[in-house]
Design a protein around this ligand. Structure first.
Ligand SMILES: [Zn+2]
Length: 218
């Protein structure tokens, strides 16, 4: 791990505590735990976690916590056609997450499975001022270009389409571990190799993106 000495790596989205010393991460935390945690985190209603009849309370919990200083993004939230929750209900909950993101002025971390057309039309309809970042993006070059044109940003985890990551400008994406076993340094190494740049350059670009896209100061 000599390679990474003194280098800070920004991890856009994780569900676990860090396994790499010099990591700055956004922890996707449950609303119940957010008040006990002082680090950077995100809160949202994930489509998998939508439960009737508690859904109204779930949304209100996110709304209440959204103004906390260490909550730096809303999510993950979004649309998933492979999950059992009724799709119309998913859309209704996601629309509430959009409203919370806009009123709290915090970006959205998106989970999207087989629902990119719906996601694009919602973005066009709401014309949000906050940035929308699709986490765990595994789409191909055509999807990546289409989403880029619609103003989306991306985040890549351990599994991704290496052709897609090569065509996106460096200022349009982040790097994450999500719930994978790999540590953030492994994901940075892989992406630096695919992009044919140094890890230092990649690390600097990701910190700059965190400051520009997420309004962090790191
Ligand atoms: Zn996640």
């Amino acid at each position: 791990m000599i390679l990474f000495r003194n280098m800070q790596l920004f991890n856009f989205h994780t569900h676990k505590s860090s396994s790499f010393n010099n990591e700055i991460s956004i922890w996707n935390i449950s609303v119940e735990d957010v008040e006990k945690y002082e680090g950077l985190c995100s809160v949202g209603v994930h489509p998998w976690d939508i439960r009737e009849p508690e859904v109204i309370a779930q949304i209100e919990s996110v709304r209440n916590r959204s103004l906390l200083g260490n909550v730096v993004a809303i999510g993950e939230c979004g649309l998933d056609k492979l999950c059992n929750v009724d799709f119309a209900l998913q859309v209704a909950v996601f629309e509430q997450m959009i409203v919370i993101s806009e009123t709290s002025q915090k970006p959205l971390i998106l989970h999207c499975v087989k629902a990119f057309d719906e996601l694009i039309s919602l973005k066009n309809r709401y014309a949000p001022k906050q940035n929308w970042i699709i986490h765990g993006f595994r789409g191909n070059v055509i999807q990546a270009k289409q989403l880029l044109q619609t103003g989306f940003y991306f985040s890549f985890g351990a599994k991704y389409n290496s052709e897609a990551i090569k065509v996106l400008p460096l200022w349009t994406f982040f790097i994450e571990t999500d719930d994978a076993l790999e540590c953030i340094a492994d994901v940075y190494s892989k992406i630096a190799t695919d992009r044919n740049i140094s890890i230092e350059e990649l690390s600097e670009a990701m910190k700059m993106n965190a400051n520009n896209i997420l309004k962090l100061k790191i």
